[in-house]
Design a protein around this ligand. Structure first.
Ligand code: HEM
Length: 355
C-alpha cells in the first residue's frame, strides 16, 4: 500500500477539510457503496495519487477505507476534484441514488429539496458545470459561458491555489491576513462598481448587475467592524490591487462592455461560488456573525444558483453578439482578471513576510 504522502499537506488539508465540513453526506455515500453498507459515519482522512482514504464507522467499529480513483494515478489538485466527483457518482450508481447536479447544494440533494444557498460542489471543474447538456448532446456550438469557464479554469486554479488564499481556506491565516484581504477587496470593488454602473444603465445587461449584487456597502460594514470608524485612513492598496483597479477603470473609460463583463464575471461569480466557502471558514475561525463577512452575504439576491445560471445565460447571449476575435479578447480579459487576483495574493503574502 502506498503512503498518503505524494500530495502536499496543504492540498490534503484543504480537500479533506472541505469534504468533512461540507460533504459529510457524500463521504457516507462513498463508504456505503465501497464496502461498508451499514456505515453510520465517514470522514475523509487523506488521499494520494492512487486513492482517497476515509475513516468509516459502523456497528463493528472503525475501519480505514481506501477507494482507488477511477482515473488513477492522478497528479494535481484539479484532478482530485474530478475524481471525488467520479467516486460520488459511482457511489450513487451503486446505491441507486440519483446523483445531484453539480450546482445543487449537497444538503439539498440529501434532503430531496433545493434551498437558496449556493454550495459549489467539491469536484466542480469546467467539465462539471453542464447546464446546457441538451445543446451539447445536439453537438451544437458550446455555450459561450462554458467556453469562458473552460478557457480560464487553469487561471482559476492558480488563484485558488495561491498560498495566501490556501492559508485562509485551511484556517491557518491570521485575522490580520483576512483584514488585509478585505481591504484589497475595497479597492477592487470601488473600481468595479463604478464600471458596473455602465452595465446597470444598459437594458441588455442590467440583469447582470442588480442592486443586490453591489458590494461596496458591505465592504464598508466589514471594514468598520474590523478596523473601526477610521478604517478608510488605515487601508492601502498593494501594488497589484492598484494595477487591477487601474485596468478596470481603463476598460470602463474605453466603454468596452465585454471587458467590463469579464471583470464583473471573474469577481462576482467567484464571490457567489468559492466565496461562500471562504465566508463559512472565516466566520467560524474568527467568530464573525454578519459584520466581518457581510461581503459574502448575498441573501437579498435570492436563489444564488438561479442567479448564477441566469448570469451564464446572459454570457451566452453576449457571446452570440461577439465575433470570434471579440470573444477571444474578452476571454483574455477574464484571464487577466484572474492573474490580477493571483498577484494580489502574492503581494499580500509578501506584505505578511515583511511584517
Ligand atoms: C480558495 C479559494 C477558492 C475556492 C475554494 C473556489 C472554488 C470554486 C468552485 C468550487 C467553483 C465552482 C462553482 C460552481 O460550479 O458553481 C468556483 C467557481 C468560480 N470561481 Fe472560485 N474558488 C476560489 C477562489 C476564486 C478566486 C480568487 C476567484 C477570482 C477572483 C474565483 C472565481 C471564480 C469564478 C469566476 C467562478 C465561476 C466559474 C464559472 O462557472 O464560470 N474563485 N470557485
Amino acid at each position: 500500500m502506498k503512503d498518503v504522502m505524494n500530495f502536499d499537506a496543504a492540498v490534503i488539508a484543504a480537500v479533506t477539510g472541505h469534504m468533512n465540513d461540507d460533504h459529510l453526506d457524500d463521504n457516507l455515500l462513498i463508504a456505503k457503496a465501497f464496502g461498508y453498507p451499514n456505515a453510520t459515519a465517514s470522514t475523509m482522512t487523506g488521499l494520494d495519487e492512487q486513492a482517497g482514504v476515509w475513516r468509516v464507522t459502523d456497528a463493528a467499529g472503525e475501519h480505514e477505507l481506501r477507494v482507488d480513483w477511477p482515473g488513477a494515478p492522478i497528479a494535481d489538485r484539479p484532478q482530485v476534484r474530478r475524481q471525488v466527483v467520479e467516486l460520488y457518482k459511482a457511489a450513487c450508481a451503486t446505491l441507486g441514488v440519483p446523483a445531484r447536479d453539480e450546482h445543487e447544494p449537497a444538503e439539498a440533494a440529501a434532503h430531496g429539496h433545493a434551498h437558496g444557498e449556493a454550495h459549489p460542489h467539491a469536484g466542480s471543474s469546467p467539465h462539471g458545470h453542464n447546464p446546457h447538456a441538451a445543446e451539447e448532446a445536439a453537438d451544437g456550438p458550446k455555450p459561450f459561458s462554458r467556453v469562458v469557464r473552460e478557457s480560464s479554469w487553469s487561471d482559476h486554479s492558480s488563484s485558488e491555489g495561491a498560498n495566501f488564499m490556501e492559508d485562509i481556506m485551511r484556517g491557518v491565516a491570521s485575522k490580520q491576513d483576512y483584514i488585509d484581504l478585505v481591504a484589497q477587496h475595497f479597492f477592487m470593488y470601488e473600481a468595479l462598481e463604478e464600471a458596473a454602473t455602465q452595465l446597470a444603465s444598459d437594458p441588455a445587461y442590467a440583469g447582470l448587475h442588480p442592486a443586490a449584487l453591489v458590494r461596496l456597502g458591505t465592504l464598508e460594514v466589514d471594514l468598520e467592524h474590523l478596523l473601526g470608524a477610521n478604517w478608510r485612513d488605515e487601508i492601502r492598496p498593494v501594488p497589484a490591487s492598484a494595477a487591477y483597479a487601474a485596468r478596470i477603470r481603463e476598460v470602463a473609460a474605453e466603454g468596452w462592455l465585454p471587458g467590463i463583463i469579464a471583470h464583473h464575471y471573474t469577481r462576482y461569480l467567484g464571490d457567489l461560488s468559492g466565496g461562500q466557502i471562504i465566508a463559512r471558514r472565516v466566520a467560524r475561525q474568527h467568530g464573525f456573525d454578519g459584520a466581518g463577512v457581510a461581503f459574502y452575504d448575498f441573501a437579498s439576491l435570492g436563489d444564488l444558483k438561479a442567479f448564477k445560471e441566469n448570469y451564464r445565460d446572459g454570457l451566452d447571449a453576449l457571446g452570440e453578439t461577439l465575433d470570434e476575435g471579440e470573444q477571444q479578447r474578452m476571454i483574455e480579459e477574464v484571464r487577466a482578471a484572474y492573474a490580477f487576483n493571483t498577484a494580489v495574493f502574492v503581494d499580500l503574502a509578501e506584505l505578511k513576510a515583511a511584517a
